[in-house]
Design a protein around this ligand. Structure first.
Ligand SMILES: NC(=O)C1=CN([C@@H]2O[C@H](COP(=O)(O)OP(=O)(O)OC[C@H]3O[C@@H](n4cnc5c(N)ncnc54)[C@H](OP(=O)(O)O)[C@@H]3O)[C@@H](O)[C@H]2O)[C@@H](O)CC1
Ligand SMILES: Nc1ncnc2c1ncn2[C@@H]1O[C@H](COP(=O)(O)OP(=O)(O)O)[C@@H](O)[C@H]1O
Ligand SMILES: [K+]
Length: 484
């Protein structure tokens, strides 16, 4: 499991650890890890000795890390120059170490832009967890010059300008090729758009693990975590014990959504899929194993979980599903005008699966606001609806209404998933996991994980259709179980 903590928690833990260690020990550990990554990157491009390294140094400890790492690189023969954005406030110990190791700081007469243009590697130490509100105007020109040079850009702790706690990028930020972070990931490393600015992220152990609380802010499942959650039939199982998932989807206009949701549902571990709606013929033609019923859901027979909404148009069904006493996943058209009171009144779990546009409509805000602030949006939705929410998109998040549960971030997936109908497959799959007994947060995060993995494997750099994603689900399940 990859986990992330908020800045406040990280600072508290750092203080506790610092009290037990000699002065400067944490920064030395951080800088050593940072220097090792820089050495590795320089070696891949040639060699360390004689390479040209530029440090962008802000006024805080983030700049201190950069200076100490720069000193280590200078000792190995790199030519290291520091661009001090606030010369009088640069980390004194770090600056002394750099100068003492043969590095230099650029004074006012030197042109940082020439030096940046010739750099092999730029270390971004402008801001880390202390940065707020995007890069300040004085930092913008050097940040742009760094990005515009042919150098590899390595961010210290976080790409300067991104918001560590939310993953938001509210102004200009410096896009890195790699980010070296310390002690633990922060939300900005896992959530877009900040995650994209970070490039490949490496975590350096500085001993913080022993003082961090047991419950993180965010968690990202990995193969082994998902494998433990997958429902597997035993000798005692029969199709009803494995769970029946009811799919209320499709309309005369969108029969395909019903087919795709059923395709997903057939791969989620339930023992049977019951389809309810007007697209029964299309469903049976493709999946004869489906139990079809024209509706309404209340008369369709017992199920262990409902999926309601994909391609539903104005067809009925949402109210029936919500009135049931089993878990319900509400997606797509089912989310239109969804009554928060009706959801809150339910005794069984509800899982809402909006994309950014649907989330924005539910919250009454512009879509861009949800895309820019995914974590805040998913939390607000769980609070308003008292339901578990899976917010789809470039970073899929799953949050439960219980605030003590870490928000789950899905680490699989590919932008090729942005294709019509792939969300229908996800809702069928996730509903099937709900029917086989997974709690809503687990069903949502396992569903997103398998879905993203199937898409990534199916795509391998080329476009995929929603059908391809559904067809890849069995392989994804096998990969997870076998640990590949
Ligand atoms: N604590 C520890 O044990 C360890 C900490 N470590 C390291 O310390 C880092 C945190 O250091 P930090 O707290 O000094 O803050 P930091 O990120 O350097 O920036 C704050 C400074 O930047 C400024 N500033 C703010 N916003 C800005 C903007 N938009 N654009 C430009 N400038 C802006 C602001 O200045 P002011 O507002 O005062 O003008 C403030 O002085 C952490 O990320 C990690 O790298 C590691 O060594 C491991 C051990
Ligand atoms: N840029 C992206 N990167 C990764 N995944 C994405 C991106 N955009 C969309 N997706 C994923 O693609 C799927 C699209 O679902 P949805 O928007 O409901 O489409 P549809 O309604 O056509 O089925 C979701 O699983 C979502 O997380
Ligand atoms: K930085």
């Amino acid at each position: 499991m990859r986990i992330a903590y908020s800045v406040e928690t990280v600072r508290t833990a750092e203080r506790e650890l610092m009290d037990r260690l000699p002065d400067g020990a944490l920064m030395r550990r951080a800088a050593a890890g940072l220097a090792a990554v820089c050495v590795d990157l320089l070696r891949r491009r040639g060699r360390v000795y004689g390479s040209r390294v530029v440090l962008l140094v802000g006024s805080g400890d983030n700049g201190g890390d950069a200076l100490y790492a720069g000193a280590a690189l200078a000792r190995r023969g790199a030519g290291v120059a520091a661009v001090l954005l606030a010369p009088e406030r640069a980390h004194a110990g770090g600056l002394a170490a750099l100068l003492g190791s043969g590095g230099r700081s650029l004074d006012n007469s030197s042109d940082p832009f020439d030096v940046l243009a010739a750099a092999d590697l730029v270390v971004d130490g402008i801001t880390g967890i202390g940065g707020r509100g995007g890069l300040r105007p004085d930092a913008v020109p050097v940040a742009r010059a760094a990005r515009g040079s042919g150098a590899v850009v390595v961010a210290v702790d976080l790409p300067s300008g991104v918001e560590a706690d939310s993953g938001e990028v509210v102004g200009e930020a410096l896009r890195a090729d790699a980010t070296v972070t310390f002690g633990t990931y922060k939300p900005g490393h896992l959530i877009d758009p900040a995650r994209e600015y970070a490039g490949a992220t490496r975590l350096v152990d500085i001993g913080l693990g022993s003082v961090l609380p047991s419950v993180p802010e965010l968690e990202a499942l990995q193969h082994a975590d998902v494998a433990r959650l997958l429902p597997v039939p035993t000798g005692e199982s029969d199709k009803y014990r494995r769970g029946v998932v009811g799919v209320v989807a499709g309309s005369a206009r969108y029969p395909g959504a019903a087919v795709l949701a059923v395709a997903g549902a057939l791969h989620g571990g339930a023992g049977a899929v019951r389809y309810v709606g007007p697209a029964g013929d299309a469903v049976i033609a493709r999946f004869p194993e489906t139990l079809v019923h024209a509706g309404p859901p209340a008369k369709a027979g017992r199920v262990q979980a409902w999926v309601v909404g994909p391609g539903l148009g104005d067809e009925p069904g949402v109210r029936d599903a919500l009135a049931s006493d089993v878990p319900v996943l509400v997606d797509a058209d089912g989310l239109r005008g969804l009554d928060a009171g009706a959801v809150r009144a339910r005794t069984a779990p509800t899982l809402l699966t909006p994309h950014a546009g649907e989330a924005a409509a539910l919250l009454g805000v512009p879509r861009g606001e949800v895309e820019a602030g995914r974590l805040a949006a998913v939390r607000e939705l769980t609070a308003r609806y008292g339901a578990t929410v899976l917010l789809k998109g470039s970073t899929t998040l799953v949050a439960s209404p219980d605030l003590s549960d870490p928000v789950r971030v899905n680490p699989t997936g590919t932008p090729w998933l942005a294709t019509a109908g792939s969300g229908d497959v996800l809702s069928g799959l996730t509903g099937s996991l709900l029917a086989s007994g997974l709690p809503a947060r687990d069903a949502g995060s396992v569903g997103a994980y398998l879905h993203g993995l199937a898409a990534r494997t199916a795509a391998r750099g080329a476009p995929v259709s929603a059908e391809d994603v559904a067809a890849g689900l069995r392989g994804a399940w096998r990969d997870v179980v076998s640990g590949e």
